[in-house]
Design a protein around this ligand. Structure first.
Ligand SMILES: C[S@@+](CC[C@H](N)C(=O)[O-])C[C@H]1O[C@@H](n2cnc3c(N)ncnc32)[C@H](O)[C@@H]1O
Length: 425
């Protein structure tokens, strides 16, 4: 398998180089209107924005900034395929203009713009961020009627173009199966509040650079790509910045196109792409380790898993997880300026820690032995997962997806190894 990744250094207000219907998923975060760090970017797009800010007309500036973003959303809708998704990370802004403090509701302005352009809005994610910002207690302190709620969340708005995507060819269906999520991930990732987006490892980029550039965490792009498209699909980020979406697409075996107006990001994008093989493979291994820790916890709780994954030979909850497979990265190559190809292995290389667990544990294992062994999974245990991701948690059913969410209760023959493991536990 091989994927290709291209960065175009230009404005996203026109995407002439991209064919209509050629993109399966958009993952992006625009410059945020009325957040001061992006004022100059907007002023360069339209001098009228500078005039509005100079006249301290916040409402006019807000609307003009969004009118610029509307051009990008128009193009986004054109290049998206029918059945494709758009995930837009955006935060609202609070600002005092002309001595008047108020909220500029970016998320609802973008939500309604995309709705008017014909996209289907879907339930959004609230990304809860913990900040120690100095303005945490804004307004009148502890005195009533003049203090303001602290903004500590952003949104990931989610849209679909048209109806459900169909997977018609055998190849499409096979890629979809291989791109499945683990059941326990599905419960966590499809929750409407993301409390902690720290992944197994932070991106290589310096933390300050990421902050200055408004970069989102690798885990945010990684999740969305895994949730809303399949292997070898095309992912677009029209506001690429440091290249997080492209790196997550590389790691997930998707193709990507990034658009970025500021050529100063070239160096950082290249440096990170050069390092993606090791970074992505460790990220994949971490995901497998977390699954095995989940399996151990579930077995210890006396809850059997009914199916076995064909590539890793470990237990899984649902029949749909049987063909789930990651392709480890083998090589990244910078073929042309701003173009990379990534090659992948077809072999799902993985040394299971569960096999060791089966091997080392005598049938007479005590509770202390088990506790000891569990310590081996310390970094990946479900104890650190949010409550709604623990195996006991059954999410509220929704009519559209009810059958997907419940563990598959169909009996199925298991490998001898896991039957033994279950007996021992
Ligand atoms: C919020 S940042 C995106 C950060 C990115 N998600 C990351 O993880 O690094 C918005 C980016 O949009 C870029 N930008 C601003 N106006 C643009 C335009 N008209 N076309 C393309 N990119 C633009 C900015 O330079 C900035 O890098």
């Amino acid at each position: 398998m091989q994927t290709t990744h291209k960065v175009l250094y230009q404005s996203a207000s026109s995407m002439k180089k991209l064919k209509s219907g050629s993109v399966d998923l958009v993952v992006t975060s625009p410059p945020y209107p009325m957040i001061e760090m992006w004022d100059d970017v907007f002023k360069n797009m339209n001098p009228a924005i500078g005039n509005a800010l100079a006249k301290e007309d916040g409402d006019a500036a807000f609307e003009l900034m969004h009118q610029f973003l509307d051009k990008v959303w128009n193009e986004m809708v054109r290049v998206l395929r029918t059945g494709g998704f758009a995930c837009i990370n955006i935060g609202d802004a609070t600002r005092t203009v002309h001595d008047h403090f108020k909220l500029y509701p970016n998320h609802s302005r973008i939500q309604s713009a995309c709705y008017k352009k014909g996209l289907t809005p879907l339930p959004a994610v609230i990304w809860r961020k913990q900040t120690n910002a100095p303005n945490k207690f804004m307004g009148s302190g502890v005195l009533p009627a003049g203090a303001y709620v602290t903004l500590e969340h952003e949104y990931v708005l989610i849209f679909r173009k048209g109806g459900k995507r169909e997977f018609i060819t055998a190849r499409d269906r096979a890629f979809r199966q291989q791109s499945a999520l683990f059941w326990e991930e599905r419960n966590q990732w499809f929750s409407d509040v993301w409390m902690d987006l720290k992944g197994a490892r932070q991106m290589l980029t310096d933390k300050n650079v990421r902050k200055r550039s408004g970069a989102f965490p690798f885990e945010l792009a990684w999740r969305l790509i895994n949730m809303y498209c399949v292997k070898e699909d095309m992912v677009l980020d029209p506001f690429l910045g440091t290249g997080t979406t492209m790196l997550a697409a590389m790691a997930a075996g998707r193709n990507s196109t990034g658009i970025e107006i500021d050529a100063n990001f070239k160096e950082i994008i290249s440096a990170q792409a050069d390092e993606i093989v090791d970074f992505a493979n460790e990220y994949i291994r971490e995901r497998l380790r977390r699954h095995e820790a989940f399996v151990m916890d579930r077995l210890e709780a006396g809850k059997p898993l009914k199916h076995v994954n064909a590539h890793y030979d470990f237990p899984v909850i649902m029949n749909q997880e049987k063909n789930l497979k990651f392709n480890p990265l083998t090589r990244v190559k910078n073929t042309d300026p701003g173009v990379w190809t990534v090659a992948y292995s077809e072999t799902a290389e993985w040394e299971s820690t569960l096999e060791n667990a089966v091997g080392i544990e005598p049938a007479t294992a005590t509770a202390a032995d088990r506790k000891n062994r569990k310590g081996k999974h310390q970094n990946a245990t479900t104890e650190h997962m949010p409550a709604n991701t623990k195996p006991d948690h059954h999410p509220i059913s929704k009519p559209d997806n009810q059958p997907d969410q419940q563990p598959d209760e169909q009996p199925e023959s298991k490998t001898e190894k896991y039957q033994q493991l279950e007996l021992k536990l």
